[in-house]
Ligand binder design. Sequence first.
Ligand SMILES: Cc1ncc(CO)c(N)n1
Length: 250
Amino acid sequence: MAWNQKFSSLGKLEAEKRKEMESAEEAESRNGGGIIQTWLNRHHLLYSKAIKHPFILSIRDGTIDISSFKRWLGQDYIFVREFIPFVASVLVKAWRESEDGLDIEVILGGMASLNDEISWFKKEGSKWDVLLYGISPQKANQDYCRFLERLMGSEVGYTVAITAFWAIEAVYQESFSLCLQNGTRTPAELMETCQRWGNNEFGQYCQSLQKIVGRRLEKASEDILRKAEEAFVCVLNHEVGFWDMSCGEL
Ligand SMILES: Cc1ncc(CO)c(N)n1
């Protein structure tokens, strides 16, 4: 083998090795140096209960009761209206507590998509004859919104707040993307809903949020870690409660 050939193949090997190392590192930072992964393992039953809820599975296999869907639509509109000031509070916390300006941009992107979401709810509400005004939040929704309000308090720090924010978005992303997989029987008229949260762009945005959370958790004290995990578990429980309510079980 000519010297230059050997050199270039060695160079390639080096580059490949470096690439592998980088992607391992990337994977590591994607899951917060393992902290998020530890949580996902520890709470995996609750996590799959939130992701693979009968409500979602019934969309996926086409057996959804449309009155449940309508109930969900009206209640989720109320939730999203409450979610906006919560996200704004996370943005303020990022501005105060994070040295990384990119955090602000990711959260701002989330706010922009909420703006879009509100218009979508109005359009979808009229498509399904669901009046979005004058409906009252049901118990599970009220509880969830009260939880968001507590997280808006100034005594709750950025790490805990952004952890909850990521978990709230990730549950919807993972749930609705299940309805988009090949071979599922999601009704055509519900595809838009599933795409809203299940699409790749929303998936990328959730990955960005997860990266931020991972970075914050790596630097967090034991006390903050405990509180963040608690917030994560609370989100999962509220999400399960929200789906139950949508099914009409509460
Ligand atoms: C209940 C609930 N959880 C998460 C989201 C995601 O934005 C939503 N719209 N509603």
